[in-house]
Design a protein around this ligand. Structure first.
Ligand SMILES: [Zn+2]
Length: 274
């Protein structure tokens, strides 16, 4: 009798654990702290954008890591690209180039056939071949590894006379795929959920082309330009603020935590709030 009770006890003990493990598969998130140690994006005085992106993305990573409903991946840490991605970019270089060239060809055909209408987008710097391999490589990886969402983390800037002066714009903007892109709808909803959280504390960008704060775009590789992200891979690129607004170290570190918390709340609302 005692043995039977013990077995029942054990069974009860293990049921919830089993349910968590065998239940809903976790939501897979890829965090991409924008730029890297070689090409660090914007700069204000000694502050480099790539480091800010990493600091914020790392906080978000730690929040997601603690929540078992998510499976989280990040491309970089303090030492550069993490092994999985560094290996992928070097070993799959040829495959990534083919993936990119095929996608571009297909898009050219669509445009020629009138199946895709090109729009004027916010101006983006053209990226080097290496950067484009990294960005297309991440899309290829995200498709293959069935990511549910890719979050690109950035701080903003615009052309200014010197990197030591304050600029005139402020506020955040979330770039999302244009309505003709396969992953636009779900990405847009995710963007809206994160927008609502960030907007509790931060104003939206005062830069003319980012007014409203939600910016559709069809040229950013990060969002799946040239049809390089599957419909199931949501992707957004968040410009959390203009870099020169975060010159003060205390302000900056406080902002990282708040922005990570808001983004985490937006992700939870989108994926789990019914
Ligand atoms: Zn950037």
């Amino acid at each position: 009798m005692k043995k039977v009770l013990f077995i029942i006890f054990l069974a009860v003990l293990f049921i919830p654990v089993f349910e968590v493990r065998a239940g809903a598969t976790p939501v897979k998130i890829l965090l991409v702290p924008g730029h890297d140690n070689e090409i660090w994006g914007a700069q204000y005085g000694n502050i480099k954008e790539a480091n800010m992106n990493l600091a914020l993305a790392t906080r978000l990573y730690n929040l997601l890591k603690k929540d078992r409903r998510f499976e989280v991946h990040i491309t970089r840490d303090d030492e550069g690209y993490v092994e999985e991605f560094a290996d992928y970019f070097s070993k799959k270089r040829e495959d990534i180039l083919a993936f990119k060239e095929n996608a571009k060809k297909e898009m050219q055909n669509k445009i020629a056939n009138g199946n895709f209408i090109e729009k004027e987008n916010v101006f983006h710097n053209t990226v080097s071949e290496n950067t484009s391999i990294i960005l297309y490589g991440l899309n290829k990886w995200a498709n293959e590894n069935k990511m549910d969402a890719v979050i690109h983390v950035h701080f903003n800037d615009y052309p200014r006379p010197t990197k030591w002066t304050m600029g005139k714009y402020k506020g955040f903007a979330i770039y999302m795929p244009d309505g003709q892109m396969a992953n636009w709808k779900e990405s847009g909803q995710l963007a809206a959920n994160i927008f609502m959280q960030l907007n509790k504390k931060y104003i939206t960008s005062t830069y003319k082309k980012e007014l409203g704060g939600l910016v559709p775009d069809q040229k950013l590789i990060a969002l799946g330009s040239n049809g390089t992200l599957l419909p199931s891979v949501r992707s957004i690129l968040v410009e959390y603020g203009y870099i020169y607004r975060f010159g003060n170290s205390a302000t900056r570190h406080k902002a990282y935590n708040e922005m990570a918390n808001f983004t985490f709340a937006g992700l939870k609302n989108y994926f789990f709030k019914k």
